[in-house]
Write a protein that binds this ligand. Structure first.
Ligand SMILES: [Zn+2]
Length: 348
């Protein structure tokens, strides 16, 4: 930036010298230089409001539409997230039960909570939490989980289900145990496997209290704190049998297309108060910068292109209704049949 500024000053001085020879008095050039200095200083300060000094963000000049300029993979054909259209989902009987090992463990697992300026993330260390089965091409280890959320309940999830957006989405990021770490795995085909969970607003979910209770300690970017270990299975939805599977990418730069996605149909329930903790308590800037809420940290859906989304169960092909899942929808049918029979008996 300094070099660019110097260059611009040199150009203006050249311009002034040239103009001075013809029309423009020296005072005007001096005023012009001061004005330019002011504009340049304003531009230097502006990135704070644009993205809190981040290299990428979820809006403005460094928002998702611009990611590909610095991270070319973000313009690939197999990007995530995507819309899950149940009318196009293909049932795959190979997607039987996932086998989770260690997800109920607390004894040998350590968790640290970090505000990285883009999300709040919990890193896992210690004993491996592994997942296999469900037609996965190997064993995958959990490395971290993080969240995406919106400023309003009508948005926040990255994927959507039959055009229904959810207020939040949690991603549990795994890497294939063939690789030494997540960095090595993410540049290799099928190196990563991410479990995606939608959220719906409802009852208080006490399992998230140990995360939300520490938000005061991670207000700003790069703040981090160790938290008590939570059995990861408790944070997940109850029903892990109904899920969608497709090949995609990281939803943040560098957008590597090395991810096997597993997105669950059943949302996790969380209270309105708890969602608001995400919206209000964490900022995307460093402490010495003006506070900017860390919210609406989701990437818009990407074209599915040639890809197919597979469903693990016949029920994953059913149209998704936000009210009426988990059996309530099926209960409506007898009610309507009863109503119909009453009407027929009244008029016949
Ligand atoms: Zn994510």
């Amino acid at each position: 930036m300094y070099i660019r500024t110097c260059l611009r000053f040199t150009l203006l001085e050249d311009f002034c010298q040239m103009s001075n020879m013809v029309l423009v008095p020296q005072e005007d050039c001096s005023f012009g230089l001061h004005l330019l200095l002011f504009i340049v200083l304003a531009l230097l300060v502006d990135p704070i409001s644009a993205g809190a000094g981040n290299e990428w963000d979820y809006g403005g000049d460094i928002g998702p539409d611009h990611w590909y300029k610095t991270y070319p993979q973000c313009a690939g054909d197999n990007q995530s997230p995507v819309s899950i259209d149940t009318t196009l989902v293909v049932y795959d009987e190979a997607l039987k039960g996932l086998q989770l090992d260690g997800y109920n463990s607390v004894s040998a697992v350590n968790m640290s909570l970090t505000n990285n300026g883009h999300t709040v993330q919990v890193d896992l260390q210690g004993q491996s939490l592994t997942i296999q089965g469900g037609a996965l091409p190997g064993v995958y280890k959990a490395a971290q989980f993080h969240f995406h959320w919106g400023a309003e309940n009508k948005r926040g999830s990255e994927h959507n289900l039959d055009d229904q957006n959810f207020p939040m989405e949690m991603h549990i990021v795994h890497y294939k145990d063939d690789y030494a770490n997540i960095k090595e795995a993410m540049v290799n085909d099928k190196g990563l496997m991410v479990l995606g969970f939608f959220f719906k607003v409802g009852r208080h979910n006490r399992h998230f209290d140990d995360i939300l209770g520490h938000f005061n300690e991670i207000t700003h970017k790069d703040d981090h704190v160790n938290i008590p270990t939570i059995p990861l299975r408790k944070l997940m939805a109850n029903n892990l049998d109904l899920y969608y599977r497709y090949r995609g990418s990281l939803t943040t730069p560098p957008c590597y297309e090395s991810v096997i996605w597993t997105v669950f149909r059943e949302p996790i329930e969380i209270s309105q108060f708890q969602v608001e903790q995400f919206r209000n308590k964490v900022k995307k800037n460093y402490p010495d910068e003006p506070d900017l809420d860390l919210t609406d940290d989701f990437r818009p859906v990407q074209p599915l292109n040639h890809r197919i989304i597979y469903g693990s169960h016949i029920d994953t092909l059913m149209p998704y209704r936000s009210h009426g899942e988990n059996g309530a929808g099926h209960a409506q049918l007898p009610f309507y049949l009863l109503l119909l029979s009453v009407c027929i008996s009244l008029f016949v």
